[in-house]
Design a protein around this ligand. Structure first.
Ligand code: MRU
Length: 351
C-alpha cells in the first residue's frame, strides 16, 4: 500500500476537466483513485460510497455540476440551465440525509443563473466548484482551532464514524479538531469506534489517524459504555450530516448511543460542523433518514453472519437531541446550549 500523509490527502479534486476522487470502498487495503468525466458517474460514486461524508459529497456534487456544464451541448443559456437542473436532480437523489449536498448544488445553480452566456456559465460553475473545495479546507482548519481549546493535555477523545480528511476535501471536521489539538502540542489519544455496518471508524478513521501518527485505539461499537464507565474517555467529538436550528444533530447511526452514554458518565460531547451543514428550516420529523440495504447487516464483506431471509432494519443515520450535546464547533466559533438562541445568533452574526 502506498504510504501517505493524510494532511496532504485530497479526497476529491478537479484536474484537467475531470473529477478525481479516492475510492473509499477500497480502503484501508489499497489507495486507489478514480477519475470521472460524466456527472452520472459522480452520482453513482456518491450512492455507492466511493465518496462519502457530508462535506465531501457536497463538493463532489458541485464538481458533478461542473461536469454536467461541460457535457451539455446546449447553445443557449436557457437550455444549459435546464441541463444543469436535470443533473442537479440526479445528484440530489443520491443520498437524502446530509444537507451539504443540496446546499452545494443550490450554490452552483445560483452562480449559473447569474452568468450571462453559455461559456461564462461553464467557466463560472467550474471556478465556483473549485473555490468550494478550497474553502472546505480553510473552514476545517478554522474549526480545528476553535475546537482544540476544548481539550486538555493527556485527554483521550472518542470519535464515531469518519469525520476526517476522507469525509471532507482534506483535514476533516471532528478529526480536524483532533488534528488541531495534536498540532497545538497537547498529548492526546483517540478512541475510534468501529462503526458497523460499513465500518467507517475502522476502515477510515483508524487508517487516517494511524498514518498521521496520532495515537488511536479501535473499539467495537459495543464497548462505548465500557470505555466510558472505566474512565478511559475524557471527551467526544463527532461530525454531522445535518444540524437543525434547535440543535438536533443528524449523524452516523450510533451517534445517539454514544451521546447518551457520554451524558450518563458526565463526559462532554461535542459536534464539529461547518455552517453549510446547518439546516435552519427543517423540523426533526422532516429529515429523511437514509435506509440502506440489508446485506450490510447480514454479512461482513463476503462472509454471511446472519440466517437467510432475516428481516433487517438498517438506518444510516440517527438524531441526537440537543440536551445531550455540550457544544457545536463551527468555523465561526463554538455554540453552546440553549442552541435555538446560540445558533440564531451565529447566523445573525454571519449576515
Ligand atoms: O454514510 P457516511 O459515511 O457518508 O456518513 C458519514 C457521517 O455520518 C459523518 O460523520 C458526517 O458526514 C460528517 S463528515 C465530516
Amino acid at each position: 500500500m502506498e504510504e501517505l500523509k493524510t494532511h496532504f490527502l485530497r479526497t476529491v479534486e478537479w484536474k484537467e476537466n475531470k473529477v478525481i476522487m479516492i475510492d473509499q470502498t477500497k480502503l484501508p487495503s489499497s489507495l486507489e483513485y478514480v477519475a470521472y468525466t460524466d456527472y452520472n458517474d459522480v452520482a453513482n460514486a456518491i450512492k455507492t460510497l466511493v465518496v462519502r461524508g457530508a462535506p465531501a459529497i457536497g463538493v463532489s456534487g458541485a464538481f458533478g455540476m461542473a461536469l454536467a456544464a461541460l457535457q451539455s451541448s446546449s447553445k443557449t443559456k436557457e437550455d444549459l440551465l435546464s441541463d444543469l437542473e436535470k443533473a442537479k436532480k440526479i445528484l440530489f437523489e443520491t443520498r437524502p440525509t446530509a444537507v451539504n449536498l443540496s446546499w452545494a448544488l443550490e450554490q452552483i445553480m445560483q452562480i449559473a443563473k447569474q452568468s450571462e452566456t453559455v461559456s461564462e456559465i461553464r467557466n463560472d460553475v467550474i471556478v465556483k466548484a473549485r473555490q468550494m473545495a478550497e474553502e472546505d479546507i480553510n473552514i476545517n482548519k478554522k474549526m480545528g482551532k476553535n475546537g482544540a481549546v476544548l481539550f486538555q493535555d493527556n485527554d483521550t477523545i472518542m470519535t464515531h464514524c469518519n469525520a476526517g480528511a476522507l469525509a471532507t476535501v482534506a483535514y476533516g471536521t471532528a478529526l480536524g479538531v483532533i488534528r488541531a489539538t495534536n498540532e497545538s502540542g497537547k498529548n492526546i489519544k483517540v478512541i475510534a469506534t468501529e462503526t458497523r455496518p460499513i465500518q467507517q471508524g475502522s476502515r477510515l478513521t483508524a487508517f487516517e489517524l494511524k498514518h498521521d501518527g496520532i495515537d488511536v485505539s479501535l473499539i467495537p461499537d459495543t464497548a462505548v459504555g465500557y470505555t466510558m464507565a472505566n474512565d478511559l474517555v475524557n471527551g467526544v467529538v463527532v461530525g454531522a450530516d445535518r444540524v437543525l436550528h434547535t440543535g438536533h444533530v443528524f449523524n452516523k447511526i450510533g451517534t445517539y448511543q454514544v451521546a447518551t452514554m457520554a451524558k450518563q458518565h458526565n463526559i462532554p460531547f461535542y459536534v464539529a460542523a461547518p455552517l453549510s451543514t446547518f439546516d435552519l428550516k427543517s423540523r426533526p420529523e422532516d429529515v429523511i433518514i437514509e435506509q440502506r440495504k440489508s446485506s450490510e447487516v447480514t454479512g461482513i464483506g463476503d462472509k454471511k453472519t446472519a440466517p437467510d431471509g432475516i428481516d433487517v432494519i438498517n438506518p444510516a443515520f440517527d438524531m441526537t437531541p440537543p440536551e445531550l450535546i455540550s457544544g457545536i464547533i463551527t468555523e465561526n466559533g463554538v455554540v453552546k446550549p440553549p442552541f435555538d438562541e446560540s445558533i440564531k445568533k451565529l447566523f445573525e452574526a454571519k449576515k
